[in-house]
Design a binder for this molecule. Structure first.
Ligand code: DC
Length: 210
């Protein structure tokens, strides 16, 4: 049983996916971390981010058990990740590892950009979680301030739009809703409301599936 959750950056997919996985007792994989970990391994080794052969070998060597969210969350790593994520050979290596993960019992929740379209096209439930760019920028801004950091709203907003352009504009597996995905716009929802909306979509789909 696979639940696929896609959407742009800072739409709340991560928090929502973790809640859903815990609600159903499923394993969870944030596939963005696999792109981030590949980028970090290249940066740490002083290797170029734009050599597809080197990046693909680095992706193949990745162990999904080693993904540490707190280290990989850094902004520069996200930027670097969106560059390695355009390379087809990197995507092939990571998609293979993600598909293997998706088969775990009793079920899995995978979140990313291409789960419903490419990684798990036969997922039992597909959600496309989104929110207006300015709302996503505001949430990221609030998160940084709540953590005691300093932030520039304008710069974050530009960053969100640039990341959207890169994710939606790339030739290989661009971000877009699968034809059979349920759209969940969380612009007007807090996490609790988003979770309830997602749960009712999933429960309806699961009862059809049973
Ligand atoms: O969701 P995130 O910010 O951790 O993702 C980091 C980058 O990886 C982002 O630019 C998009 C890319 N990504 C992808 O191309 N496919 C996925 N399934 C997940 C993330």
């Amino acid at each position: 049983m696979i639940i696929a959750i896609d959407g742009p950056s800072a739409a709340g997919k991560g928090t929502l996916s973790r809640r859903i996985a815990s609600e159903y007792g499923f394993h969870h994989l944030d596939t963005g971390l696999t792109y981030r970990a590949t980028a970090k391994a290249l940066l740490d080794a002083g290797l170029p981010l734009d050599d597809e052969g080197i990046a693909a070998r680095t992706a193949q060597a990745l162990d999904l058990a080693d993904l540490d969210r707190s280290v990989l969350a850094r902004h520069e790593i996200g930027e670097a990740a969106s560059k390695v994520a355009v390379m087809p050979a990197v995507r092939r290596a990571l998609v293979e590892a993600q598909r293997a993960f998706s088969q775990k019992e009793p079920g899995t929740v995978l979140d990313g950009r291409d789960i419903g379209t490419v990684v798990c096209p036969d997922a039992a439930v597909k959600l496309y979680v989104t929110a207006a760019p300015e709302i996503r920028a505001q949430r990221r801004y609030d998160e940084i301030l709540a953590g005691g950091g300093k932030a520039d709203f304008g710069a974050i907003f530009e960053d969100v739009k640039r990341r959207d352009d890169r994710d939606m504009g790339r030739a290989d597996s661009p971000l877009k809703p699968a034809e059979d995905a349920h759209l969940l716009d969380t612009s007007e929802m807090d996490i609790e409301a988003a979770f309830r909306a997602a749960k009712s979509i999933i429960d309806a789909a699961l009862s059809r599936h049973a």
